[in-house]
Structure formats: structure tokens, C-alpha cells
Design a protein around this ligand. Structure first.
Ligand SMILES: NC(=O)c1ccc[n+]([C@@H]2O[C@H](COP(=O)([O-])OP(=O)(O)OC[C@H]3O[C@@H](n4cnc5c(N)ncnc54)[C@H](OP(=O)(O)O)[C@@H]3O)[C@@H](O)[C@H]2O)c1
Length: 243
């Protein structure tokens, strides 16, 4: 079994996921680049290696049971355990997402990736995480999933336009994160959700105002929490995000 710290980042071929992989790699960790497309995955692995990261490719479509099982087997064969899982992969789901105009199939597709995909990958990796001395799970959420912010209860304008598939998928993910934290309380596994801020990536047609590296910072911080760190919480750079 490898003693090196091993991380897996889903959707790591581009955007914020790529920068999370780069940030964890800069710590000297071995980083699995989870990505569904072979060409994009290998390009990311090559770029990370060129930057000095001990990166390895992990074929992974988070909507596919067989792909997820194979990814867990790959990490088991390579390292025997997993220290950190960053569930970063997600889709926006396209338009329209005004509640009165949405195609219900859009909601189903977005939830399949953004929520069920996280459960599928987390559970496949759980036996490997349980073998780590300090397992951490980071779920990449969004402040658009905050009901306090969407409703105005937290003060200020609601984040993002009405988006009845994407925004509630992150609310659902936050709730799922809490359920894991409840079940895993009393273990050494810390699980938290985070928001990267509004980041210029493919997800929003590069309309965001932050860089992917800035967006990755909160996930890197949660991936490196000390053993007495928080669990079952929702963070952004500025601190706790209200549910
Ligand atoms: N950008 C923002 O402003 C912002 C704000 C709040 C939260 N977030 C969250 O941050 C995370 C990263 O988003 P991003 O902005 O970096 O978006 P992005 O550039 O579009 O990257 C999304 C990543 O997820 C992957 N992915 C999508 N579906 C997948 C599947 N079924 N299996 C495996 N990988 C899949 C994509 O792979 P392909 O290249 O194969 O499509 C890509 O690598 C997401 O969870 C997003 O919701 C982003």
C-alpha cells in the first residue's frame, strides 16, 4: 500500500477541477485526474506532469456505474487507499431553466450528474477512503444552492438567474453532504461542501469574474483540513455559506 497522500478529483480535465488537481499536486500529493474523455484527460495529465505534479489519469464518467467501479479498482491497484475525494464534476444543464419553461428531462439529467453522480462516486470510493488515516471529502457546490441566499433571507440579491435544474441540484447536494456528515460523525472522515465563487469557465461561457485557480482555493483548503476540522458545513473563501 502506498504511503503517499492520494487524491481523486472528478471533472479535473479543465476549469476549477484542473486547478484543484494542480493545487493538491503542488503539495506533493499524487493526484488522480478523473475525466470521462480520454483525449481531454490525457492532455490534462500531461500538462499537470509538465508542471511537476504526480498526476495519473482516471477514466471516470460519474453517471456510469461501471466506469465508477473501474475507477475505484484503478486507485485500489495503484495505491491501495484514497485520502481525499473532491467531487467537482458537474453540468449546468443548458437552457431554458426558468421554472415555467424547463423541460423536466433537464432537471433529471442535471440531478443525475450533480447529485447522484456524487453519491455514486463517493460510495465507490468509501472502502478506499476508510483505509486512509485522515480521509477528506469535498463536494463542489455553489452559493446558488443556498436557500437563504435564493430567498433573500441572508440579505442581498439572490445569486444567479432563476435556474430550476442547476441551482436546486446544488441545494440537493448540500443536503446530501449533511446526510453523509451525520452518518460519518464519529469517524475520521470529514465531508464538506464549498462554493468557488463566480469563476470564468466553460460552465458559464467564461462569464465568471474569478480565475479557476482562485475558485480552487476553498476546495484545496477543505481537502487539507486538520483532523479536528469542521464537517457537514458549507464554505466559501469568506467563510461559512448559510444553507
Ligand atoms: N464556474 C463557476 O462560476 C462555478 C460557480 C459555482 C460552482 N461551480 C462548480 O464548480 C465545479 C466545476 O465547474 P467549472 O466551472 O470548472 O466547470 P467546467 O469547466 O464546465 O468543468 C466541469 C467538469 O466536470 C466534468 N464533467 C461533467 N459531467 C461529467 C460526467 N458525467 N463525468 C465526469 N466528468 C464530468 C467536465 O468534463 P468534460 O470536459 O468531459 O465535459 C469538466 O471536467 C462544478 O461542480 C460547478 O457546479 C462553478
Amino acid at each position: 500500500m502506498s504511503e503517499r497522500t492520494i487524491a481523486l478529483v472528478t471533472g479535473a480535465n479543465k476549469g476549477i477541477g484542473y486547478e484543484i488537481a494542480a493545487g493538491l499536486g503542488a503539495l506533493g500529493w499524487s493526484v488522480g485526474v478523473g475525466a470521462r474523455d480520454e483525449r481531454r484527460r490525457e492532455a490534462a495529465v500531461e500538462a499537470l506532469r509538465a508542471a511537476g505534479v504526480d498526476a495519473f489519469g482516471v477514466p471516470l464518467d460519474v453517471t456510469d456505474d461501471a466506469s465508477t467501479t473501474a475507477a475505484a479498482r484503478l486507485i485500489e491497484d495503484r495505491a491501495g487507499h484514497l485520502d481525499v475525494l473532491v467531487n467537482n464534476a458537474a453540468i449546468a444543464g443548458g437552457a431554458p431553466q426558468e421554472p415555467t419553461r424547463v423541460d423536466p428531462a433537464t432537471i433529471r439529467t442535471v440531478v443525475e450528474t450533480n447529485v447522484i453522480g456524487v453519491v455514486r462516486v463517493t460510495n465507490a470510493m468509501m472502502p478506499l477512503l476508510r483505509r486512509s488515516a485522515s480521509p477528506r471529502i469535498v463536494n463542489m457546490s455553489s452559493s446558488v444552492g443556498s436557500l437563504a441566499r435564493q430567498s433573500g433571507a441572508a440579505g442581498g440579491a439572490a445569486p444567479g438567474p432563476p435556474a430550476v435544474a442547476y441551482a436546486p441540484s446544488k441545494t440537493f447536494l448540500n443536503a446530501v453532504t449533511l446526510q453523509y456528515a451525520r452518518e460519518l460523525s464519529g469517524t475520521n472522515i470529514l465531508i464538506n461542501a464549498c462554493c468557488p465563487g463566480y469563476v470564468a469557465t466553460d460552465l458559464n461561457g467564461f462569464q465568471g469574474v474569478r480565475t479557476p485557480r482562485q475558485g480552487a482555493a476553498v476546495a484545496v483548503a477543505l481537502a487539507t483540513l486538520p483532523d479536528d476540522g469542521p464537517t457537514g458545513q458549507f464554505f466559501e473563501d469568506a467563510g461559512v455559506v448559510p444553507w
